[in-house]
Design a protein around this ligand. Structure first.
Ligand SMILES: Cc1cc2nc3c(=O)[nH]c(=O)nc-3n(C[C@H](O)[C@H](O)[C@H](O)COP(=O)(O)OP(=O)(O)OC[C@H]3O[C@@H](n4cnc5c(N)ncnc54)[C@H](O)[C@@H]3O)c2cc1C
Length: 310
């Protein structure tokens, strides 16, 4: 049964712990509940925003619409082909728990992505990555429902049928995955509700090395990253920028220690090092600041607002 709440604080629904308010808030546990939502007056009259674990969101103001908290759960094996196992996971499932479960079962491919907060749906939107692995390396397909923008929602007074679009699928190559990028951040931004992701993982006989790899990654992450349950943060806030060769050489002359990586005709720089060079690591202002442990991480020191963070 769908429960639409009004004037809800989002503080417990984003890892930055920003106390923004949502005019309407609804938890959706199934495609049927999403269809039910689309038959309400509130849906027809308000903009929407899909929320997973809120681990990659900075609310800069209250939201005068409906926040759809994704709670579509469930995971099951679709099929096995030789040593590849295809697993379908509901988009509202916890990413970190999914990784642990797969590793326990001896399904290889997710180990480097252990302990990343958020949901299965969020992993596809952001093409999450860590330690040389990205979600795109293991995502086979993404299932979604198309969502009409507000001007195309049929008023229920004129039309009592639900206009729910059929389920659609994007293959990996169609998702336009790139460094923390996907089609869901651009052409399909807020236009689709990702309901499930299908992963292709390798089945191995002995799960011990996978478990060890996860234990190692978790240990490293715990020393480097704040625990979002204790400290408001969304992890690395900045992407590594690319500059022209000319700009790189200028900077290198000024900062001989500059770290760089080739990126086609451009040069990629380490955003964390750039922030450290400006002396901003550990800097605080009001209720927000840059982590002392990791220059890419912005933190909420208590009652920080999204505006302060910007
Ligand atoms: C401590 C910490 C460490 C982190 N470490 C990493 C890291 O190592 N690597 C990395 O890549 N990221 C990292 N992150 C960022 C974050 O964990 C990921 O981006 C995560 O995938 C966000 O998922 P989410 O469910 O919380 O998405 P949200 O923050 O809820 O949403 C992000 C975007 O996706 C959209 N969205 C979410 N679910 C759906 C859906 N079902 N359908 C349509 N749109 C949807 C939202 O509308 C929003 O635009 C870290 C964050 C924290 C707090």
């Amino acid at each position: 049964m769908l429960v639409i709440q009004e004037n809800i604080s989002l503080k417990n629904y984003n890892t930055f712990h920003i106390d923004a308010k949502a005019k309407f808030f609804v938890e959706v546990k199934s495609e049927d509940e999403f269809a039910e939502l689309q038959n309400t007056e509130i849906w027809k009259e308000h903009p929407h925003f899909f929320l997973g674990g809120g681990a990659n969101i900075l609310f800069t103001k209250d939201f005068d619409g409906i926040i759809i908290k994704n709670a579509i759960m469930g995971k099951h094996i679709l099929r096995e082909e030789n040593d590849t196992i295809f697993i379908k996971a509901g988009s509202g499932e916890s990413w970190a728990k999914f990784v642990n479960r797969c590793v326990e079962q001896g399904y290889q491919g997710l180990e480097n992505l252990a302990l990343i907060p958020g949901t299965i749906g969020g992993s596809a939107v952001g093409n999450i990555g860590a330690y040389g692995t990205e979600a795109k390396d293991v995502i086979y397909e993404v299932e979604y429902l198309e969502v009409p923008s507000i001007e195309y929602r049929v008023p229920s007074t004129k039309h009592n049928e639900t206009n729910v679009a059929p389920r659609k699928i994007l293959r990996n190559a169609e998702c336009k995955f790139a460094y923390r990028e996907s089609i869901f951040k651009h052409e399909l931004k807020n236009k689709v509700f990702i309901t499930a992701v299908i992963f292709a993982l390798k089945k191995v006989k002995d799960a011990t090395p996978l478990k060890q790899a996860v234990a190692d990654i978790v240990a490293i992450r715990k020393t480097k990253l704040p625990d979002p349950a204790q400290t408001g943060t969304a992890g690395s806030f900045f992407k590594n920028p690319t500059v022209t060769e000319k700009k790189y050489l200028e900077l290198k002359e000024k900062y001989p220690e500059l770290i760089s990586f080739p990126a086609g005709e451009l040069v990629k720089l380490a955003a964390g090092q750039l922030i450290e060079l400006t002396g901003l690591k550990g800097y605080t202002q009001g209720n927000v600041g840059v982590s002392v442990r990791h220059a890419l991480i912005l933190i909420n020191l208590g009652n920080g607002t999204g505006e302060e963070m910007m």
